[in-house]
Ligand binder design. Structure first.
Ligand code: PBG
Length: 323
């Protein structure tokens, strides 16, 4: 055959393949989500997330040290709160002596160079298991913002570097920016969950935190998986309201949304490779149905190739070891 174009020429050896590789993963791309819980000397594995643990404060610091040694520098914290501390208004979320804010302070004390990202949402502390105040079965938007404001301010006071509103209430990015600025926290960044979908892939996370909604679902605030143009509206609003990063969540089933936001906005784009995405690969690998390491690296690469500069992933430690 007289073929002028032979794409295989650029795949013929490892050296050439490496030279023409367009996307590269780096440990600096990753943010590791970390689950914390009350108690001493507790390290409890999440049943649906093999290899992922909830840590009590004392063990948390050892875990962070291990991650820092692997080059992971940013952590996103999520608390498992005992049922007795939950209420309708998530008041435990801004208790300065509560588990969560203690953890933020402890990490920043011991590892000042580490970036601590905090989660701004009511669900882990809400007796209704929702991300907003519930009244007569409805999620109230504007009154919820006040609670989110108190939460973000308390997190900033504890030393958080990035706050991550994961609630999907309207107007929360602008409201948080205002509260943070008034509190003197101009340097605290906002990573908004701009396009967060009402997804089945959050199941294992809700197991980890015992935070599943007590009734109904989250479809009046999280987005319909069928929609992509709507993601542009959400991202535009968060951009105008002052977000520093725009996040897409989940990641793998939403690579088109990652690309859409990357093409249309000049902010860093983050993607959350969520608990269910982690669980799927782990389960298949444990059954010997696929090569877990390769599936992990291929997924992370795909998320980056689609346009995410920042990847929140439970695989961060494992991937860091391979990189
Ligand atoms: C809720 C929140 C969720 C996740 C992060 N923050 C779940 C939900 O919306 O119910 C999911 C993360 C994951 O699945 O890994 N504020």
């Amino acid at each position: 055959m007289n073929l002028i174009r032979r794409p295989r020429r650029n795949r013929q050896s490892a050296v050439i393949r490496d030279m023409v590789q367009e996307t590269r993963l780096s440990v600096t791309d990753f943010i590791l989500p970390v689950f914390i819980m009350e108690g001493k000397n507790v390290r409890s594995e999440v049943a649906s997330m093999p290899g992922i643990y909830r840590f009590s404060l004392d063990l948390l610091l050892n875990e962070i040290q291990e991650c820092v040694d692997l080059g992971i520098k940013t952590f996103d914290l999520f608390p498992n709160i005992s049922e007795s501390k939950k209420d309708k208004y998530a008041t435990e979320s801004y208790n300065p002596d509560g588990l969560y804010l203690q953890a933020v302070r402890a990490i920043k004390d011991r590892f000042p160079e580490v970036m601590v990202m905090t989660d701004v949402a009511m669900d882990p502390y809400s007796s209704d298991g929702h991300d907003g105040i519930v009244e007569n079965g409805k999620i109230l938007n504007d009154p919820t913002l006040e609670i989110l404001g108190k939460m973000a301010l308390a997190q900033a006071q504890a030393g958080a570097n990035i706050v991550g509103p994961s609630d999907m209430m309207d107007g929360r990015v602008g409201y948080l920016r205002q509260v943070l600025d008034e509190g003197g926290f101009h340097e605290v960044a906002i990573m908004s969950y701009a396009a967060k979908y009402a997804s089945a892939f959050y199941g294992p996370f809700r197991d980890a935190l015992d935070s599943a909604p007590k009734f109904g679902d989250k479809k009046t605030y999280q987005m319909n998986p069928a929609n992509s143009r709507e993601a542009l509206i959400e991202a535009q609003l968060d951009f105008e309201e002052g977000a520093d990063f725009l996040m897409v969540k989940p990641a793998l089933a939403y690579l088109d949304i990652i690309k859409l936001l990357n093409d249309n906005f000049h902010l860093p784009i983050a993607a959350y490779n969520v608990s269910g995405e982690y669980a799927m690969i782990k389960a298949a690998a444990q059954n010997g149905w696929l090569d877990g390491e390769r599936a992990m690296m291929e997924s992370l690469m795909a998320i980056k190739r689609a346009g995410a500069n920042v990847i929140l992933t439970y695989f961060a430690k494992e991937a860091a070891r391979l990189l």
